[in-house]
Design a protein around this ligand. Structure first.
Ligand code: IFM
Length: 438
């Protein structure tokens, strides 16, 4: 049981999406190619062999999608801007048609009484920048700052928040070390170098945006997965600290303390990134807010991550562990000087099927959302300064290396017809937002 009244009256509730996952229109109106267009063409990278060429066709159906948001009754919508629509070459010439699209989108949101929360980079790097090394090349930092200034210059006056990066862990370690995301490289030192350049790009963009007099609150969004020891065996406990360092502290510490965690630097040895004088001061530029994406925890052991017996798992094979959200928020409050927090993503994939009555009944997703909202309410009552919560996602969409085989949406998307159908979870969220107790 959770109700809206357990949250402060000005708490923001929304839903989130990202450009590559929903827009489609991959070659229209001057959009350039991104690293994900390339990655999708490489055999074996995407589980169902799909790509983002059409996705949910949001680029053409954005008005219909904004009507869904309005009817859902959300306060806010979080979306990302596709850098290749704004600068097809990743540098220099700005594509006016790309900027116009987001300009219309923001105006369309405001006309429907929905706040706009924008992310500048949700992983679709222009391919021309990858051709010169992508995030391995320090030069990209300056290109990101230029891009950030262009977008903020056009949209900034109407945005409620502006985030530089979504989940730099995914854009660096998952992509350059573990090889699961574009560009699919597999060297730890590359993952760490990419992470450093992403953090530097974030910090430099913050400094540059503030120097323009922009008043929009600025932040970054991290995916955090708290690590718990499988047992009290010292080897499991040591692995827990290392997993936490790899996934969480490697990003939290430089952003909020101006240093990389020394235990992890000792583990990484020669793989540590080249940190130049002044880099960490820039990375530590004050945040107006910290965005957190929470889905699950890690259960760490010396043998690798464990699956707890008797636990529930989503279609991503992620454990459903709501109390991890409460504990994470309370721990962060204790360990860091935290700015206000937004939960920028939380949600669950389940293999939704249309029932004989034509509807999508998704009780597991409803329960997942209820339980995580209750965990969040508990954290705020325990003193965590959280200002908003966004469900991932408005629509079923392109789930990266899983293609279209994982559905996170409140609205089902039929990829043959592109028809959107509300699932029970959409109706549940709508009544939660209206204040109905459930
Ligand atoms: O779909 C992704 C999103 O792009 C980033 N955060 C996690 C989601 C689910 O995997």
């Amino acid at each position: 049981m959770v109700s809206r009244s357990e949250f402060p009256p000005d708490f923001t509730f929304g839903v989130a999406t990202a450009s590559f996952q929903i827009e489609g229109a991959a070659r229209e109106d001057g959009r350039g190619q991104s690293i994900w267009d390339t990655f999708c063409r490489e055999p074996g990278r995407i589980r169902d062999g799909s790509d983002g060429d059409v996705a949910c066709d949001h680029y053409h159906r954005w008005e219909e999608d904004l009507d869904l948001l309005r009817d859902l009754g959300v306060d806010a919508y979080r979306f990302s801007v596709a850098w290749p629509r704004i600068q097809p070459d990743g540098r220099g010439k700005v594509n006016g048609a790309g900027l116009d699209f987001y300009d219309r989108l923001v105006d369309g949101l405001l006309a429907r009484g929905v706040q706009a929360h924008t992310t500048l980079y949700h992983w679709d790097l222009p391919q021309p920048l990858q051709n010169t090394g992508g995030w391995l090349d320090r030069e990209v930092v300056g290109r990101f700052v230029d891009y950030a200034l262009v977008v903020a210059g056009r949209l900034g006056d109407r945005l409620t928040t502006l985030s530089t990066l979504n989940e730099p862990w995914c854009a660096s370690l998952l992509s350059y070390h573990l090889g699961a995301h574009a560009p699919g490289l597999r060297e730890r030192r590359w993952g760490l170098r990419a992470a450093h350049h992403l953090l530097l790009a974030h910090g430099q963009a913050l400094v540059a945006l503030r120097s323009t007099g922009l008043r929009t609150p600025l932040g970054i969004v991290l995916n955090l997965s708290p690590a718990y020891p499988f047992s009290d065996d010292p080897a499991d406990v040591a692995r827990t600290a290392a997993d936490d360092g790899y996934a969480n502290r490697w990003f939290l510490d430089p952003l909020l303390r101006g240093e990389y965690p020394s235990d992890m630097c000792a583990i990484y040895g020669d793989d540590n990134p080249d940190v130049q004088d002044g880099d960490l001061r820039v990375i530590q530029a004050p945040l107006d807010f910290l965005g957190i994406n929470y889905y699950t925890r890690t259960l760490s052991s010396a043998q690798g991550p464990q699956r707890p017996a008797g636990a529930e798992f989503t279609h991503m094979d992620w454990e459903v562990y709501p109390q991890g959200l409460t504990e994470l928020l309370l721990r962060l409050r204790k360990d860091y000087a935290l700015p206000p927090v937004y939960i920028m993503e939380n949600g669950a994939a389940y293999p939704d099927e249309r029932s004989p009555d034509g509807q999508f009944h998704d009780p597991q997703r409803v329960a997942y959302l209820q339980r995580h909202l209750a965990a969040l309410a508990q954290a705020t009552q325990g003193g965590a300064d959280v200002r908003g919560y966004f469900v991932w996602s408005l629509l079923d969409n392109f789930e990266w290396a899983f293609g279209y085989s994982r559905r996170f949406g409140l609205f089902h998307v039929d990829y043959a017809t592109l028809q959107r159908t509300p699932k029970d979870s959409a109706r549940w969220y709508q009544s939660f937002l209206k204040g109905v107790q459930s």
